[in-house]
Design a protein around this ligand. Structure first.
Ligand code: CTP
Length: 410
């Protein structure tokens, strides 16, 4: 754990709940674990804990509305927002949670958090009824979609004098949970050298949805996990990442996500992004067919007649990108197979003008749709196929990105 915090810049954002007094211990523990800690506080937080206490413990001036000199100051909020590798909001009140969920920046704390691309960890603390209020839960969901991680609240003895869920998680547990949550993102021993620095990578993810009528569509079982894992791995390797996704999942704020619905929409987004990209990775499960004529109104049944859907072939996104490949670009596709894995992957490599095909036998244990693990064979034109043992999709993603980095330089 100590290794995780070593030389990390942690910005502790303290808002006005009674648990604010625990920010003192949290500051101390983070520093003890090896982090550089700076603090930003709201006015309400200072009613519970003087800024001076945290200034002394963190050995840095605390940014408050009163000390905020505006953008020209040496300790301004943009400077602090950039400095932070990690922002820990503890305690986070329902009020600030709501502001962040709707993008309000009306004090120095919200302005700093909003101006930062760092990973954000919310540690809420509030009354139990307030926590289960639908408006609060809506805001929590919104922040989760926006990429915030949540620790707690915990169940226990509340300031109100009874046992319920709403307590801020104890500082010791916060420090360990953050390290557990984020060790993968920050470790990346494989990418110490940042082999994709300065490169732009476009990745597709999820299962496309082909409309039948305004309320129905055809799709597949893809969860998008592999594509999202690749996006995180490419980001960790230093790339600028654009994810064209047909399935929405949580992702680092540094990754640009373009949400799409059907195959033609995905193709249009990919084409546009590829004009400035170095790498394309087609991890999406693209529907090979779409409904020839999408009904304007909900299709009704009248009796017990058979329903026939007339399907036409969709464009092949990978093939389109492969054919338009510019010198120096690397194009990667996937091949979901049920037999003759390597032969079929080699055929797809040629047919789609790809540099690498990541092949998996979807019938095999530990591989395929909607799982956390994958077992793949990496097929390129010049090397012997590389069989990768079954492992987490996040780890498979790192192997693929490492090979992509090799292909870019070869
Ligand atoms: N792919 C694509 N556009 C399509 C179909 C597939 O870009 N219309 C891409 C997928 O994203 C994947 C690769 O092609 O990277 C292989 O997909 P797969 O379904 O295995 O192959 P198909 O080309 O559809 O061939 P088949 O279904 O006949 O095996």
């Amino acid at each position: 754990m100590t290794a995780f915090y070593q030389d990390k810049n942690v910005l502790l954002a303290v808002t006005g709940g009674v648990a604010a007094y625990k920010a003192a211990e949290l500051t101390r523990l983070l520093i003890k674990a090896g982090a550089n800690v700076k603090v930003v506080m709201t006015d309400a937080a200072q009613e519970f804990l003087p800024a001076k206490t945290l200034a002394v413990l963190s050995t840095h001036p605390v940014l408050t509305d009163a000390s905020w000199q505006g953008p020209s100051s040496a300790v301004d909020h943009v400077h602090l927002a950039k400095w932070a590798d990690l922002i820990v909001l503890a305690p986070l009140t329902a009020n600030t949670l709501a502001k962040l969920a709707s993008g309000l920046a009306d004090n120095v704390l919200t302005a700093t958090v909003m101006a930062s691309a760092a990973r954000k960890i919310a540690v809420p603390a509030m009354n139990d009824v307030m926590w289960s209020n639908p408006a609060v839960q809506r805001n929590v969901n919104q922040l989760k979609i926006d990429g915030y991680d949540f620790i707690g609240p915990a169940s226990g003895f509340l300031a109100e004098g009874y046992e319920a869920k709403g307590r801020m998680v104890e500082p010791t547990e916060i420090v360990t949970s953050i390290a557990d949550l984020h060790s993968d993102d920050f470790q990346n021993a494989v990418f110490e050298e940042k082999p994709l620095a300065g490169k732009k990578v476009v990745i597709t993810a999820g299962g496309t949805r082909e409309p039948i009528d305004p309320v129905r569509y055809l799709t597949n079982k893809s969860s998008g996990k592999m594509g999202y894992a690749l996006a995180e791995a490419a980001r960790a390797a230093g790339a600028t990442v654009t994810l064209v996704a047909a399935t929405s999942r949580q992702v680092s704020p540094a990754i640009q996500v373009i949400l799409v619905g059907d195959t033609r929409e995905m193709l249009a987004a990919v084409r546009k992004e590829m004009a400035t990209a170095d790498v394309y990775i087609g991890a999406a499960a693209v529907s090979d067919f779409r409904v020839a004529e999408v009904a304007d109104h909900k299709v009704k049944k009248h009796g017990d007649e058979h329903m026939m859907l007339d399907l036409v072939q969709n464009p092949d996104i990978l093939k389109t990108v492969g054919e338009a490949k510019k010198p120096g670009q690397v194009v990667v596709g996937f091949a979901a197979e049920t037999e003759n894995l390597v032969e079929n992957a080699q055929a797809k490599l040629v047919k789609k003008h790809a540099d690498l095909i990541v092949a998996n036998n979807v019938l095999e244990e530990g591989a395929g749709f909607n799982k956390d693990t994958n077992k793949v064979t990496l097929v390129t034109a010049d090397q012997e196929p590389i069989q990768v043992a079954a492992k987490l999709k996040t780890e498979v993603a790192e192997d693929i990105i490492a090979l992509v980095a090799d292909l870019l330089t070869s």
